[in-house]
Write a protein that binds this ligand. Structure first.
Ligand code: IPM
Ligand code: MG
Length: 366
């Protein structure tokens, strides 16, 4: 198994967490005799500093030539006042669009050892295992026309074609088939035309999946249900902006935004990134939680490399470290026994992974 992975550490805590994710991927490669190659490039504020643009041509070219892209985070307050198309975030949006990955998968799972870490009651979150499927290349993020007349007036356009809705709906239903076979489609069809089209297309496509249950939910109601009754959900299918908001909200289920992983798939090259963002307030201090980045690496093994067993090994290693009581600062609440740094957490997962993988190999050998 050979994999060419382009690593884009980016801004803020991005470099710290991606180096732990790379450490774990190297361990997977060594333990199993694979050949994973890593090639690092700048994106976001880091790229603006070095090359004057948030997505240099060489970065994009490297991404397009690879099997998968592993990204840390983009965004730094230093560039907040730049016009929108020159901001670090524009680099990420341009990359997503150039890769063509229209489906953003964001799982939110309540890990038993972290139940006390969620601000929600343990009995509410226990057993939650949901997957947000966010449309990533359409809607108000990209809709034209858009414009700003500073201090006077501004506008954006929320726009969807039936084709864009169809392909993300197929993705959600295919994923639901391999899970608990339920899709909650989230929209605002009582107010927005884009949502009326969304609901019609989702309802039509759903007929091709008779074994998957479909329900529709308004986004305001969904935002409440996510934190009052999260076990209600299996696959949550929604458009770009609603998915951005709901996925941060869903993070409270896992105890911390630092736990959340994501995969952006469906295009030429898949893109993996933790959901948490650049967190400039704690950047460079070895404090950030690398588990979201490491769990994103597990998704890379699953979705791009089709190495399901290795993906499960990484997830089992994360679970073991949490069960043993190790927590980064963001999770240091409740039953914390050992507070660890970013790099200590990475190395704990690496050690646990060696154990888990050796046990699996020994099991296969008998
Ligand atoms: C996310 C982020 C991005 C988004 C930003 C950084 C452009 O919030 O991945 O959720 O809005 O998609
Ligand atoms: Mg977001």
């Amino acid at each position: 198994m050979r994999l060419k992975i382009t690593v884009l550490p980016g801004d803020g805590v991005g470099p710290e967490v991606t180096s732990e994710a790379v450490r774990v991927l190297r361990a997977v490669s060594d333990l199993n005799g694979y050949d994973f190659q890593f090639d690092e490039h700048p994106i976001g504020g880091e790229a603006i500093h070095r090359h004057g643009t948030p997505l240099p041509a060489a970065t994009l070219e490297a991404c397009l030539q690879s099997d998968a892209v592993l990204l840390g985070a983009v965004g730094t307050p230093a560039f907040d006042s730049l016009p929108r198309e020159q901001k670090p975030e524009a680099g990420l949006l341009h990359l997503r669009r150039s890769l063509g990955c229209y489906a953003n998968l964001r799982p939110a799972v309540a890990h038993d050892p972290l139940l006390e870490n969620s601000p929600l009651k343990a009995e509410v979150v226990r057993g939650t295992d949901l997957l947000i499927v966010r449309e990533l290349l359409g809607g108000i993020y990209f809709g034209e026309p858009r414009g700003l007349d500073p201090g006077r007036d501004a506008f954006n356009t929320m726009r969807y074609s039936a084709h864009e809705i169809e392909r993300i709906t197929h993705m959600a239903f295919q994923l639901a088939r391999a899970r608990r076979r339920k899709v909650t489609s989230v929209d605002k069809a009582n107010v927005l035309e884009t949502s009326q089209l969304w609901r019609d297309v989702v309802t039509r496509v759903a007929q091709e999946y008779p074994n998957v249950k479909l329900e529709h939910m308004y986004v305001d109601s969904c935002s409440m249900r996510l934190v009052t009754d999260p076990t209600h959900f299996d696959v949550v299918l929604t458009e770009n902006l609603f998915g951005d908001i709901l996925s941060d909200e869903a993070a409270v289920i896992s105890g911390s935004l630092g736990m959340l992983a994501s995969a952006s798939v469906g295009g030429k090259v898949d893109l993996y990134e933790p959901v948490h963002g650049s967190a400039p307030d704690i950047a460079g201090r070895n404090l950030a939680n690398p588990l979201g980045a490491i769990a994103s690496a597990a998704m890379l093994l699953r979705h791009t490399a089709k190495l399901e067993e290795d993906a499960q090994d990484v997830e089992a290693a994360i679970a073991r470290v949490l069960r043993d009581g190790y927590r980064t600062a963001d999770l240091a609440r409740g039953g914390t026994r050992f507070t660890v740094t970013t790099s200590e957490m990475g190395s704990l997962v690496e050690n646990a992974l060696a154990d888990v993988t050796q046990q699996r190999h020994a099991y296969h050998a008998v």
